[in-house]
Ligand binder design. Structure first.
Ligand code: GCU
Length: 661
């Protein structure tokens, strides 16, 4: 639709808007420079209040008894109006919001914080909350970035929502209108950095023309406080720069990176930093020269340091040619094995970016044990917002409950509370940096959890529903119900008990194909045969992956009795008739879950149809199309998976649904 890009920032008129009397009448912005986020905040407040309440505010210079919104930094406010009690509590990027009748204060620790406060105020108005409040909101972690996997030719790796807005035909796009609109969405959920190109990076991004283009992108996003960063290709000095090597300890290579970094910072003085995927899935890296991953990361750290840049170095390093006949081989062990001995060897401006689980964004994985292994290294969690293995935007899967499970998971390092969220914030191991990176598409919940991981998944969802679809209680209730059961539903008709998603892993990452997981070097094995299934990751008899966790957690996973059912096949190899805690056998659980999940997928269509008269037809039809597809595809999933394991095990379904009856 015309305002389709507005997402949750629709500023739709509030019902009974005219009955609200306590709305301010003017706005004082404490910085009127056009590229300042404070100026953006002022524009946004005008636009939002006009839309939500139908009221046109004036720009004021002094406070009025008719009500004034003052927006700016706490510092600028103190200069003109004197001190206020909460000033000392506001941290970097945080803000103070006070609504008292018609007087509103929105004061950021920095300009970006002021913009976040303005968006928060508008979100409250849009949801009809005008009550008196006064609070400080601070981020849980300093790094709250997105990772776009956009290629220079305009395609997007694992993107399912159209072509790139950043690149086309090998170059940065000329027109940045949509880039600014995207930055607006990011700022509204308090994302402060964006890596604009694919982790599988193309070195021609470093051409003079593209560096100028990066400047254009950064200029478009700066008014929203969103800082640009880029992914680098490790071999660039050779493949693009013409040097004879890309050895990170070769001084000419070092000088080359310093030089190119200076060029980029000359055009983008506030660049956030670099993201690096090295020695993974065929990408070049330091191991080629017998240098460590830390030596590789630190090369970039040296180049970026004088400019205040951060290096996000990915822990997604593994050998994709491992041998399944070796019972002890395990891709899930790779990250800890590669990084364990490097703890403390990374420069201070390096952050190791860790995928939430040990393998690759599956429907269910335990938290990565690397979070508790690195104590002297800053870390960030990498989440995948785009639904690569989770239905590729044709199946409804609300991901916040999955992320919450990982963020709240307690790794119990040294028998002390060690929740993943407190490790990646830098708090648990007292690290200067930390945060999260989301491979994005579907943003709202990601941004809010990056800011405050203690938020409730259902509350985030309901805010999003009100902002996106309005205030109809039936809409709220129905979409809440559909979304909150979507992840368990998807898990039910795909891969159960921690066996992984069971989607095709060799070509499409879409649709059922359990046979692709085994008999190849990718290491996403299930070890399913006629009698048994699962990865034995115990120390006593398997790959010892359970032993990578701190003892209190390792003991839980080592022991089949204490391993939760939903991770049974992640950690243990069992016969199909092994009895779960639920009392069912593994194979009967597969059969039943697939029927249950597919049946729920049918009801999602009915639920959505019940909203036909409550939602505009464009969005109604758009979602209906997807729900209908999902319902059909869930049946395909159900029958493929059940038939596959029925053929393999030759064990009857007690309810006689599977097989030839
Ligand atoms: C997955 C995904 C790839 C991606 C990789 C990564 O394997 O399928 O497309 O490049 O993750 O995160 O680097």
């Amino acid at each position: 639709g015309e305002d389709g890009s507005a997402g949750w920032l629709r500023y739709a008129p509030l019902p009974y808007a005219s009955s609200y009397s306590s709305i301010p009448s003017s706005i004082i912005a404490l910085n009127n420079t056009k590229s300042s986020p404070v100026y953006t905040a002022q524009q946004e407040l005008h636009r939002g209040i006009q839309g939500i309440l139908g009221k046109t505010l004036s720009n004021g210079t002094s406070t009025s008894k008719d009500g004034t919104i003052i927006v700016g930094t706490a510092h600028a406010y103190q200069k003109s109006y004197g001190d206020f009690d909460e000033a000392g509590d506001i941290e970097e990027d945080g803000y103070f919001l006070s609504i008292e009748g018609r007087q509103v204060l929105i004061l950021g620790q920095n300009e970006r914080g002021a913009l976040y406060g303005a968006f928060d105020y508008l979100s409250r108005l849009a949801q009809g909350q005008l009550d008196t409040v006064s609070y400080v909101s601070n981020p849980h972690a300093p790094i709250r970035w997105t990772n776009e996997w956009d290629n220079l030719d305009g395609s997007i790796e694992r993107g399912y929502a159209g072509p790139s807005i950043f690149f086309e035909n090998g170059f940065v796009t000329e027109n940045t209108t949509r880039v600014a609109e995207y930055a607006r969405l990011l700022a509204s959920i308090r994302i402060n950095g964006i890596i604009v190109n694919n982790v599988n990076a193309n070195a021609t991004l470093l051409s003079a023309r593209n560096i100028d283009g990066l400047g254009r992108l950064a200029d478009a996003m700066r008014p929203y406080g969103v800082q640009l960063g880029i992914s680098l290709n490790f071999a660039s000095p050779q493949t693009f720069g013409g040097l004879s090597t890309f050895d990170p300890l070769d001084p000419t290579v070092d000088a080359w990176w310093a030089n190119i970094t200076n060029q980029i910072y000359a055009r983008v003085p506030d660049m956030a930093g670099y993201l690096v995927k090295a020695n993974s899935e065929g990408q070049p890296g330091p191991l080629t020269f017998n240098r460590t991953l830390a030596e590789g990361a630190n090369m970039f750290a040296r180049a970026a340091k004088p400019h205040g840049g951060i290096i996000m170095f990915r822990a997604f390093v593994y050998d994709n040619h491992i041998n399944e006949t070796n019972w002890k081989a395990d891709r899930a062990n790779a990250a800890v094995e590669f990084f364990r001995d490097l703890d403390g060897k990374f420069d201070d401006n390096v952050v190791v970016q860790i995928k939430y689980g040990p393998i690759d964004f599956q429907v269910r994985e335990p938290a990565s044990p690397l979070f508790s292994t690195l104590r002297n290294t800053s870390t960030a969690i990498e989440l995948q917002v785009t639904q690569e293995y989770l239905g590729q935007q044709t199946h409804l899967v609300y991901l916040a409950p999955l992320w919450k499970e990982i963020l709240e998971f307690d790794l119990k390092a040294d028998n002390r509370s060690s929740k993943v969220k407190d490790i990646v914030s830098g708090e648990r191991f007292r690290r200067p940096l930390g945060g999260s990176a989301g491979v994005v598409n579907n943003l709202y919940a990601y941004g809010l959890l990056a800011w405050d991981p203690s938020l409730d998944a259902e509350e985030i969802l309901q805010d999003w529903i009100r902002l996106t679809f309005g205030h109809d209680p039936k809409v709220l209730e129905t979409i809440t119900d559909m979304s909150m059961k979507s992840w368990p539903t998807y898990e039910n008709y795909t891969g159960n008990l921690g066996v992984q998603t069971l989607t095709d892993i060799l070509y499409t990452h879409f649709g059922p194909n359990p046979a692709t997981l085994d008999n190849n070097g990718w290491g996403q094995w299930t070890r399913a045969d006629k009698f048994s299934i699962g990865m034995d990751r115990t120390v006593k008899n398997g790959t010892a992956n359970a032993g990578q966790y701190p003892p209190a957690v390792a003991n839980v996973y080592e022991n089949i009795e204490t391993t939760p059912d939903n991770l049974l096949l992640w950690f243990h190899h069992v016969i199909y008739t092994h009895q779960l805690k639920s009392g069912k056998t593994v194979i009967q659980h597969f059969y039943d879950s697939h029927y249950e999940g597919a049946a729920t997928a049918q009801t999602l269509v009915k639920q959505w149809e019940s909203l036909k008269s409550n939602i505009d037809s464009e969005r109604y039809e758009h979602v209906l199309f997807r729900q209908t597809f999902q319902a059909g595809h869930a049946l395909v999933w159900r029958d493929s998976i059940n038939q596959f394991y029925h053929n393999l095990s030759e064990i009857e379904d007690q309810a006689k649904r599977v097989g030839n009856h």
